[in-house]
Design a protein around this ligand. Sequence first.
Ligand code: HEC
Length: 114
Amino acid sequence: MRGRARFLAAAAALVAGAAWGQAREGREIFTNPGKGNCIACHQVPEGSGPAVRADVGPRLDAARLKGWGRARLREFLDDPMRANPDTVMPPYGRHRLLDAREIEQLIDYLHALP
Ligand code: HEC
């Protein structure tokens, strides 16, 4: 029984590690002023990115992003103006600020947020 519990704990740690591995590039895009610069407007949970005071957009975390599957996030990051024509959030895909791969990496990062 104890061996099985230990095995499950190790497997869970591996899965969590893999998720963060793919999210690392996304975190770089999220914080880089020359890329997404998302931290200009969004806070993330402590330990997931730099502590910033930005509050133009909502704090992004697992609770906030509940229900945001990959397709919905992809569409939103492509052009948030489709959801809200008055938003100040840039249309990253439509204006080619980020390419498709970078948007996928951002989604990995957002889905790894606690
Ligand atoms: C100039 C400010 C600004 C920047 C930069 C910005 N956002 Fe936003 N974001 C907002 C605002 C404001 C909202 C609230 C929705 C709206 O305006 O319609 C929002 C909403 C969101 C949401 C939806 C959350 C929800 O529950 O409504 C996500 C996800 C998101 N942003 C991710 C990002 C990511 C990832 C980046 C970087 C690639 C980014 N944002 C850059 C301002 C910004």
